[in-house]
Design a protein around this ligand. Structure first.
Ligand code: ATP
Ligand code: MG
Length: 323
């Protein structure tokens, strides 16, 4: 089966000007990330703040071009594509952000917001657009009378439903969800996650689900990519990430996640220190300054991803232990 989304060795760097207290230079936000996403599947991207998740998401959603690497949507290479063809490809990938209040126009009714993508991208009549907007509201669990209200009249969960509805208006194949439930109350999270699961089924969507919290992706993901300082340090099917985490960073993230079964004992790994500066990544393994099991080799040599076709980790200790 052709992957609906294929990324090979994506890199994103930013040139940052110096300020009063900083020298400026090149930020390596994403380094060498590859992924393959099948239709109707979900890949989760997890990692702490600053690990490059949103930058990767924006590249996958065709919002920002990669500095290097290749990207294909539905088997079509998008590298170097522009103009009308890029516009057409962009319709098939939509992005939903953490803060739906910031991404919805406060002066516009919900109906206008939902009709806008159709107005810009199709030649549908006003009646058709109106009908499509009302139908999509129903799909996300809102009522027709909500259409003529403004964003401030809704709760956080309802606003995220509206943002999801807007993303669906052009019937994309892929949705990049950047921390879609992180700003929501815990009680509302499960409802929005369930809605996403239903919509995936109904519309045959593939998801890239970005989250700093592994417990959020526990139910929705098929595969998990764990990112650290712009790199994927481990990639595996979700079950394997939870049952057999190999990279010490993944283990640390997991040990900070509540377990479903509290009788099950689990090692507790507490990471010390901050994420290093992306201007000056440490030599050797990028994780070595914070790694509880780092040894000499980790400080000089970058570990290559190793493992099976489905489960890889980039760690010298893992190589020695299991492969
Ligand atoms: P968070 O969990 O806080 O959202 P993240 O994993 O999404 O973090 P990114 O926002 O992708 O991380 O940022 C990765 C790195 O790239 C950070 O060091 C960030 O400062 C830098 N960065 C991101 N966007 C830009 C930009 N437009 N210009 C300069 N640097 C950027
Ligand atoms: Mg982010």
């Amino acid at each position: 089966e052709t992957p609906v989304l294929f990324a090979d060795d994506l890199v994103k760097t930013y040139e940052v000007g110096g300020g009063l207290f900083s020298k400026g230079g090149t930020v390596r936000a994403v380094t060498g990330v590859s992924l393959k996403l099948a239709p109707r599947k979900t890949v989760a991207v997890v990692g702490e703040s600053g690990s490059g998740k949103s930058t990767l998401g924006r590249m996958l959603a065709l919002i920002e071009p990669p500095s290097a690497g290749h990207l294909a949507i539905d088997g079509i290479d998008v590298t170097g594509v522009d103009g009308h063809r890029l516009k057409m490809l962009r319709r098939s990938v939509q992005m939903v952000f953490q803060n739906p209040y910031g991404s919805l126009n406060p002066r516009q009714t919900i109906r206008k917001t939902l009709e806008e993508p159709l107005l810009v991208n199709t030649d549908q009549t006003p009646e058709e657009r109106r009908a499509a907007a009302l139908a999509m509201l129903a799909h996300v669990g809102l009522r027709p009378e909500h259409a003529d209200r403004y964003p401030h009249m809704f709760s956080g969960g309802q606003r995220q439903r509206i943002a999801i509805a807007r993303a669906l208006m052009l019937h994309p194949k892929i949705i990049v969800l950047d921390e879609p439930v992180s700003a929501l109350d815990v009680s509302v999270r499960a409802q929005v996650l369930n809605l996403l699961a239903d919509l995936q089924e109904e519309f045959g969507l593939a998801y890239v689900f970005v989250s700093h919290d592994l417990s959020v992706v526990r139910h929705i993901a098929d595969e998990v990519l764990v990112m650290y300082l712009g790199r994927v340090v481990e990639r595996a099917p979700k079950e394997a990430i939870f049952a057999d985490p190999r990279h010490p960073y993944t283990r640390a993230l997991l040990s900070a996640t509540p377990v479903a079964d509290p009788t099950r004992k689990r090692e507790r790994i507490v990471l010390t220190g901050e994420l290093p500066s992306p201007f000056a990544p440490p030599p050797g393994c990028v994780f070595n300054p914070r790694c509880p099991i780092a040894f000499d080799r980790c400080r000089v040599e970058k570990p290559e991803p190793r493992g099976s076709a489905t489960h890889v980790a980039a760690c010298h200790a893992v190589e020695a232990e299991t492969m």
